[in-house]
Ligand binder design. Sequence first.
Ligand SMILES: [Zn+2]
Length: 464
Amino acid sequence: MPESKPSVRLTFHGAAQTVTGSKFLLEAGPHRVLFDCGLFQGRKELRLRNWEDPKFDPSLLSSIVLTHAHIDHTGYLPLVVRRGYRGPIYCTHATAELLELLLPDSAHLQEEEARYANKHQTSKHHPAKPLYSAADVKQTLLQLKRIERDRETEIHPKIHVLPRCAGHILGANSLTVDVFGKRITFSGDIGRYNVPILPDPCGVDLGDVLLCESTYGNRLHAAADIQSELAQIIRTAADKGGPIIIPAFAIGRTQNLLYYLAQLERTGEIPVLPVYVDSPMAVDATKIYRDFKHDYDTESSKLLNEGETPLLTANTTFCRKVEESKRLNFMKGARIVISASGMITGGRILHHMKNWLDDETTTVLFVGYQAEGTRGRIIQSGSREVKIFGSRIPIRAQIETVSGLSAHGDQSELLRWLKSSSGSPSIAKIVHGEPEASHEFAATLRSQLGWKASPAEYLETIEF
Ligand SMILES: [Zn+2]
């Protein structure tokens, strides 16, 4: 008698018509496997979901598998552990290293928030408690189980996972999962093509079901020559003799910038300037990027073989300590300061802005998306002043933006990844996108590829 195949159930516990909270629960036979375990971020009604009881029992999970380290894919892990999960959390080596940075930072932010709420009585809970603590994170990190990219790992009998490079951030993968003879592909977050350091997203063998992200599912990135735009801005700024301040995400963006700056110095398109990486997380993340050389693309590997250091300019200083950061304020002459947070919502960048925004020789260079309501957006959109630490700071600095440095592929790049993959899924569920992006991307897959594609709904279950 042929062996009967159990049906497979997949439930969307997050990233359904939103870009955060990625959590997909796969149930097959006796196993319950959670793919990604992300925190909801952004709008209040989404963030409140982090505080609700989970809609699955964490203590009954068999295993957890991660696509990459970003908090919207991993930031809920300590909560699942706090609620009794003691099994393995599978991820690649680079993802594990990045989680050692990101999860303690996330716990710290939660604890700070609770402390602030208690001090200022801003919470209806007395006392306000953090979502999770440093101790929960410590236990979570002990459960990480490192697996290899491009190699199939049996996580349970008849459940195999194959991670392939997604080109999004260091260690980021899409996952092909074979479960009791059926195949599911989780895209993870798909990166851009032809960007520095990391290889392009790698096509996969699609099977029965596809979960595809759609962050930029309805948009195209501006076609820009990033290197020459950067070069032009930096040359002009250097002539003014003041600081060039670049707010940048600590993981991914900072390293791409360092790569571009080093490249422009080598080709003589910009003068050699002192470059300061002023954010402890960016300093640590850059070290991890420099350690994982076997994850580089061919161009970066070639540079290494030629004795170059692709992530170091001729004069890079890493500022970990607060005193080192403070010292930057008393320096003179043209210099580049890369600092976080990327949208000027917190961190050391606030001090640099407070000190230098009202100086005409300063250049502020934006290299990432600035969300509505952030200080970054206010400064970028040409406002004459901005509030920092309670003071109104006049803006006299030159404000510049280089676009196209996104870590996410746009609609054409998502399609390119799907077309470079083989097979056509019988079900395509569109995840990790705002409603408009998800709907438009699903419609694009229906019309261009003829696939049965639809946006996932929160807590929807499909069975196949
Ligand atoms: Zn991501």
